[in-house]
Design a binder for this molecule. Structure first.
Ligand SMILES: [Zn+2]
Length: 279
């Protein structure tokens, strides 16, 4: 059972493209380095953040098409430096590949020069694209829940028949909102992804929120990004340990064995990974 569960592990949100390849080659050859973040049969969603890293995401995910699912998008931190044709280029990335849209979102705490209005424009343009291409979406939201909920209410609907509507799959990554916000998001069909922050001492309230999320809407993620000044070998060890601890703690908070909980989350993630892959 343990063996089976390890084969089916989802990492719903990471940024493997942030590893600086050239300087890490001394530790491990490039392919082995990426492979050490993956488990055979597992799936991880690798999120782009701006036109500058989309090509890296594409080449990485082509190396491991079974284990890595590419998402392309413009993160709210990077909306101020976009080339004129960014939306056209984004559409080309999405149309030509089995991909989802992300990481996109809203962040009132971000120090970028761009105004919040501009963030919203870039965000809604990308959501419109996701709806027109029927893509799954990965969202970042900090101190902008009211605006986000308002936008999602009417922006993620797709028409499936004359008077029938469905919604594109949307996840909030590294959720840190309140119980009330979580419930409002659940009501409009959103999935809630939890990062290793759930393990921290300060996350007491968040753990209560986690316990109240409907099981079929829970996702789990590492939120991995390469950190300078820490050896890549130590980061690989941390990555594996954090994700394992997170699954263990999250499973026990839901009174489930880690192995069973891991299976449930993996299946939940299929809405995002299969939808991206099988288009
Ligand atoms: Zn991210």
């Amino acid at each position: 059972m343990q063996q089976e569960a390890l084969k089916h592990r989802l990492d719903a949100h990471l940024h493997l493209q942030t590893i600086p390849w050239n300087s890490c080659f001394n530790d491990l050859p490039g392919r082995d380095l990426i492979k050490s973040f993956l488990v055979k049969g597992s799936q991880s969603i690798c999120n782009g953040t701006s036109p500058l890293d989309w090509e890296l995401v594409a080449s990485l995910t082509k190396l491991y098409p079974e284990e890595l699912v590419p998402f392309y998008g413009v993160h709210p931190w990077y909306v101020d430096a976009l080339p004129e044709n960014w939306l056209y280029n984004l559409e080309s990335c999405l149309v030509d590949s089995h991909a989802g849209l992300g990481e996109i979102g809203l962040d009132r705490a971000c120090s970028s020069k761009a105004s919040f209005d501009h963030q919203q424009d870039v965000f809604t343009a990308q959501l419109d694209l996701a709806v027109s291409l029927n893509l799954p979406v990965s969202l970042h939201c900090v101190r902008s829940w009211g605006v986000l909920l308002e936008i999602l209410q009417d922006k993620i609907l797709i028409k499936i028949a004359d008077d029938k509507y469905s919604r594109i799959p949307v996840m909030i990554h590294s959720f840190s909102g309140s119980l009330e916000t979580m419930k409002q998001l659940i009501d409009i069909g959103v999935y809630i992804s939890f990062s290793p922050y759930l393990l921290s001492l300060q996350a007491e309230i968040l753990r209560e929120v986690f316990k109240a999320v409907p099981l079929e809407r829970i996702l789990i993620e590492s939120d991995f990004s390469y950190r300078k000044n820490i050896s890549i070998n130590n980061q690989i060890i941390d990555y594996k340990r954090n994700l394992k601890s997170l699954y263990n703690m999250a499973g026990s908070l839901r009174d489930m064995s880690p192995a069973y909980f891991q299976e449930v989350v993996y299946k939940n993630g299929k809405v995002f990974t299969d939808r991206a892959i099988n288009r």
